[in-house]
Ligand binder design. Sequence first.
Ligand code: ATP
Ligand code: BUA
Length: 355
Amino acid sequence: MSVKSLIINPGSTSTKIGVFEDETLLFEETLRHSTEEIAQYASIVDQKDFRKQIILDLLKEKDFDIHSLQVIVGRGGMLKPIPGGTYAVSDELLADLKVGVQGQHASNLGGILAREIADSIGVPSYIVDPVVVDELMPISRYSGVPELPRTSVFHALNQKAVAKRYAKEQGAAYESLNLIVVHMGGGVSVGAHEQGRVVDVFNALDGDGAFSPERAGGVPSGALIKMCFSGQYTEKEVYKKFVGAGGFNAYSGTNDMRDVEKMVQNGDEKAAEVREAFIMQVAKDIGSMACVLKGKIDQIIITGGIAYDKVVVAGLQERAGFIAPITVYPGEDELLALAQGALRVMNGEEKAMVY
Ligand SMILES: Nc1ncnc2c1ncn2[C@@H]1O[C@H](COP(=O)(O)OP(=O)(O)OP(=O)(O)O)[C@@H](O)[C@H]1O
Ligand SMILES: CCCC(=O)O
């Protein structure tokens, strides 16, 4: 019997939804939210009813009978650190999404909305490979300050999906390969996948890797401490400099790599230098992960929106191509990855993980 699923992927300024029959997309929609709409809510969880209503309105508009669904799947959020997999949205998981135990992120709403809509029609709800998937080796957690261990917050859903796609295309098991996966979107994460586990990764949110279109990545810690104690900024203002207003936004005034390309074409030397610095930082992260994997690397995989950028990809080829061959999967297919995660459980190929 086929499985019909509703997939919910909330982002900071949009809610992407898809309806699938098994792996076939019946329809998808990106519901955009203006800054004014979002600004009405004090916290991410406060946006729940607003986002739920526009999802239900869209399904109605499409004349889609919600009772024909067998499962609802949401992108998972800032839960406790957990291994990769498909998780049923239990009461405990739901409570942690509401609190945001590792912080506030739009994806916290995915599981909350999935559970609420699923409960209303009596079907199961799941999340798949949330941003807090944590398969780090103990030695990957060391930062040099015991109170500040390195953490695993990254594009787990897309990283795992493209790694499995590459494995399938090679006729190999994901669990038999060593891969370095580079996701470049609004945030950037570079992960070392050792035989099916992400044993080290640069945290994409407020961590220690390359800067990205909107985020600072790793910065000199002494200067950061001085900034925090300068009295010039509140905690919220400093955080915003690092997550949201950092990276390309800070250097070039845009988070869109297509604008950066236009600036370079118009002779903006600073924009060209910022892009080259970005390429070098990402290449350095790949080099770090090559050491984590002790040089035994089957493939480097480049993905995310910036993987469409030919200059960036050519630059990474030039600086990191000597490490291993590179495969490029531009963009992301998170809706399909979420649908597939739930299907594996519904079809009995995998057991749902317990949070
Ligand atoms: N055709 C393209 N050429 C160059 N850059 C592109 C192209 N398409 C998208 N990008 C860039 O990709 C980036 C956005 O990537 P993506 O859509 O993966 O990010 P996101 O989903 O908002 O964030 P994240 O991936 O961190 O969750 C932007 O900087 C955008 O300019
Ligand atoms: C932290 C990974 C997802 C994002 O970029 O927000």
